[in-house]
Design a protein around this ligand. Structure first.
Ligand SMILES: NC(=O)c1ccc[n+]([C@@H]2O[C@H](COP(=O)([O-])OP(=O)(O)OC[C@H]3O[C@@H](n4cnc5c(N)ncnc54)[C@H](OP(=O)(O)O)[C@@H]3O)[C@@H](O)[C@H]2O)c1
Length: 235
């Protein structure tokens, strides 16, 4: 039984999918959880605080994260999960679409890290989890913009991990394979030959469990990189 009582956690993209499952599992383990996402309704309960926020809006990001640090101090756990997916042939991917991927998947996590790491370093503890993807280490067709953002995110994770070594703050990259969330709605993989059926994908709870495993290791253990995917042979 994982016990995170007395700890605080921040989860980006907590309105649905992997982020919602992670926020709920952290809460069930006893953590006080602050959620950030655009479509969250403002909510303040003893163990759950939701702050609606567009993380691609730098002042809004700074304000929301600043409120959390001001009220809770350095978080014990930050999960950089919010993200956008794009499956589009390269020649149809214009500069605006590329920018949107980088803004949500790379610049926003960079901003979240900048907002929390100074307090975490000062506290000498905490775990920053980055939610990557298969596309943070594998190039796939029609995936150039998303892969560029996720490879960049893995670079951010690795550089921070090196820079903060010895600070007490630890860094984990969790890279899931296909997971059945609303991210796949526009793609409709069940209707596309060669795509993994949604019923064969990971469930959001599978990824949430991996994240909670990572953040609940003893303070001297760092899970640098955890990759998980569906067993299905077609995955
Ligand atoms: N599903 C998969 O197969 C899969 C596989 C590997 C990795 N991942 C990664 O897992 C993470 C979560 O994805 P998911 O599958 O759970 O997708 P999802 O169901 O579409 O959820 C995405 C989350 O990100 C939030 N978000 C997006 N843009 C945002 C913005 N500008 N500001 C604040 N929040 C924003 C969304 O909230 P709002 O819309 O309310 O803002 C939502 O909560 C992503 O980083 C994704 O790349 C997913």
């Amino acid at each position: 039984m994982i016990d995170l009582a007395g700890t605080t956690a921040v989860v980006t993209g907590a309105s649905r999918g992997i982020g919602a499952a992670t926020a709920e599992l952290l809460r069930q383990a006893g953590a006080r959880v602050a959620g950030l996402a655009r479509s969250l309704e403002p909510r303040e309960e003893a163990d759950r605080w939701d702050l609606p926020c567009d993380l691609t809006d730098s002042p809004a990001l700074a304000s929301a994260c600043g409120q959390i640090v001001e009220r809770w101090g350095a978080p014990d756990v930050v999960v950089n999960n919010a993200g956008l997916f794009l499956l589009r042939p390269f020649e149809d991917t214009d500069a605006e679409a590329f920018d949107r991927q980088l803004a949500a998947n790379l610049q926003a996590p960079f901003g979240v890290a900048r907002a929390f790491l100074p307090a975490m370093r000062q506290a000498g503890r905490g775990t920053l989890v980055t939610v990557g993807s298969v596309s943070d280490h594998t190039g796939l067709p029609e995936n150039a913009a998303y892969a560029a953002s996720k490879y960049g995110l893995r670079g951010l994770h690795e550089a921070l991990s090196a820079e903060y070594r010895g600070s007490g703050v630890r860094f984990s990259l969790v890279s899931p394979g296909p997971t059945d969330t609303s991210m796949w709605d526009p793609v409709d993989p069940d209707a596309r030959p060669g795509f993994l059926a949604r019923s064969d994908m990971l469930r959001p709870e599978d990824v949430a469990q991996a994240i909670v495993f990572v953040v609940s290791r003893p303070a001297w253990v760092q899970v640098d990189w955890l990759r998980l995917g569906p067993v299905s042979p077609s995955a």
